[in-house]
Design a protein around this ligand. Structure first.
Ligand SMILES: Cc1cc2nc3c(=O)[nH]c(=O)nc-3n(C[C@H](O)[C@H](O)[C@H](O)COP(=O)(O)O)c2cc1C
Length: 206
């Protein structure tokens, strides 16, 4: 007899992990990070998202090991060059922040690249890229890691995007930092579902 839901594929453990998922700031993510083999699995999980018409409207840029500091140095230079009028001490302070934008063991830039030749609206394709970011976080959590999905200056500044390697028509859906949590922050207020959920009913006929 076919049972639904399939008891064999039910996982209270997986659901419990999702119920308590919490982001950890990139600066609080330390070694160990996912191994290259674990990253391969995580990226495969990340790519397993709903994708209307199978357009694969996203791609990944992985930033790990020495690439983090190398990219940081280039971003700091771009920040300095882009803000020549700024008061020097302030400019150096922010350039320093840009140089340390990748403190976690691994960061994955999820690049949204909607295909504009199709009937599928760009928004649907961008949502698919968002789902990629979320899958990465949940996948990393199931391996015992933590992470955070951010954007910020590097995800929006044209020169930073060029240094990251983005091309025409591409945007950053998210930069997902991954590693081991030095400390998991306390829970934050969560949405009041009672205020958000309605059950649709057919209008009463008079
Ligand atoms: C598209 C997107 C961009 C975000 N960018 C940032 C960011 O730049 N900096 C930041 O601190 N949080 C950012 N967040 C919020 C964090 O990912 C996270 O939701 C927040 O820290 C709350 O933690 P929680 O995931 O445990 O609820 C962003 C979230 C989304 C969906």
């Amino acid at each position: 007899m076919i049972q639904s839901p399939d008891a064999a594929s039910r996982s209270e453990e997986a659901l419990a992990l999702m119920e308590r998922r919490r982001s950890v700031a990139a600066a609080g993510l330390i070694e160990p990070g996912p191994t290259p083999e674990e990253m391969d699995r995580l990226l495969a999980v990340a790519a397993r998202v709903p994708d209307h018409a199978i357009l694969t409207p996203w791609r990944f840029i992985v930033i790990a090991d020495v690439a983090r500091a190398e990219l940081g140095a280039l971003l700091a230079g771009a920040y300095r060059a882009g803000n020549p009028e700024m008061e020097p001490a302030k400019r150096e302070k922010f350039a320093g922040i840009m140089s340390r934008l990748f403190p976690a063991p691994v960061a994955v830039v999820v690049v949204s690249r909607p295909n504009r030749e199709t009937m599928i609206p760009p928004m649907e394709q961008e949502l698919s890229a968002g789902a990629v970011c979320m899958n990465l976080l949940h996948g990393a959590n199931t391996l015992g890691f933590h992470g955070i999905w951010v954007t910020g200056w590097a995800a929006n500044n044209p020169e930073a995007l060029r240094l990251l390697g983005l091309g025409e028509g591409e945007r950053v859906a998210g930069i997902v930092h991954l590693g081991t949590a030095r400390e998991v922050p306390p829970e934050r207020p969560r949405p009041d579902l009672a205020a958000l959920v309605t059950r649709w009913r057919a209008p009463e006929r008079v």
